[in-house]
Design a protein around this ligand. Sequence first.
Ligand SMILES: [Zn+2]
Length: 94
Amino acid sequence: MSNRWNPTWKIVKIVVDDKETEVCYDESSKLYVCPECSPECKRGVLPTYSSYFFNAEDLARHLKAHKYALWTKKVISNKSEIEIETQEEDEDEE
Ligand SMILES: [Zn+2]
């Protein structure tokens, strides 16, 4: 096997906002994986890209943040707004 790392995925449930959420946990590395970032982990596949967490609390916080898509925000609908904002530079310097 050429894998650097053979994950042993387990589906575990953590509570996020009082709701049970299935997440992936790798018993060999003791890392939690975000199922939103990498749904393929539930099929036992090593994700090419994901977010890993050392504890369930951090993952819970990360999952909450997904609701607001704080980092991978698809800005298509908001794009013009953001462009307008960035164009507002300090023109009236005194
Ligand atoms: Zn994620």
